[in-house]
Design a protein around this ligand. Sequence first.
Ligand code: PHE
Length: 376
Amino acid sequence: MKKLFSSALLGLLIILPFSGCTKKTDEILIGEFGTLTGSEATFGQSTNKGLRMAFDEINAAGGIKGKKIKLITYDNQGKPDESAAVVKRLITQDKVLAIIGEVASSRSLAAAPIAQQYKVPMISPSSTSPKVTEVGDYIFRICFIDPFQGAVMAKFMLDNLKLKKVAVLRDVKNEYSVGLADTFIQEVKARGGEVLIDVSYQANDIDFKAQLTQIKSKNPEVIFVPGYYTDAGLITVQARQLGIKSVFLGGDGWDSPKLHEIAKEAASGSYFSNHYATDSTETIVQEFIQKYKAQFNELPDAMAALGYDAGKVLAQAITNASELKPELVKNELAKIKDFPGVTGVITIDEKRNAIKSAVIVKVEGNDKKFVTKMTP
Ligand code: PHE
């Protein structure tokens, strides 16, 4: 018994270093963490589809430095704690070269200190809170940030819609929602608009009637809801039930095919800012949409496009790095300039954010239509 145990142990000791070695030389391991289940499940699912598409294309063309990319994906169930835990696992157990994630700013913020501590580059495809990349020099994003998004929506409301009186309904448990609400309000005031009321709810709330009744009493022309799609869908439905006719405005968090399923007609006529428009006439956009539809049989939302772009940007940085080392990949990410993405041309600035334009789309039934593009 004792002998058996020790020889098994010896076997294990011999196998381990070798398997570690093979892993390292054969493949480039990339980690992904995302919300694959729960009320924001389309965030992670769409990102994963776009990312897989990007890596499949790179692998089909021979990979990078003769190696294939292998993606390891973990579900964080939409939880900040779980985000930190799975990122630690990706780094310490799977030993990934770099990490892609998350969509929601709160979840990126929970994981970023771990990536920074272990010096493994992390790219958020779509977290827009400025705080995310402030965590440190290993944390990047390939999307615009909320001070820009908030200004875009304020400008659009005042200049394009020519509406001035707005109510704000924010999710106080969501870093993104709070930040976007604040910058929007600041811009509205600076540009001569009027914020009539600013009320809040908490993530996972499903009944918004008390807040909407308060809002209705102020008779706003516009209601700004910087939340995620499940909340936005329920809020528009309940508002219409209360007889509220105001125009709804939102941010990128509204983008999901599920918004239309939940809201039905209630969200029609609403506008929200986003990272790209599926009805763009640009070749790079239309080619991406065709390939994505052929593979997944659905129209790619913004997270799918951003996931794809994040994968391609990371692959470019790995290609440019002289060796497969996290620090060298980090250095190359910082140098990304004029990268032609589906969601626009990507240049990483000194704060590791991307300077990009935003689009505004209008919800029309199950569709969203491009309205205008706003440049920084
Ligand atoms: N920008 C949002 C956040 O930071 C997440 C998001 C991005 C949602 C893109 C939808 C589309 O939390």
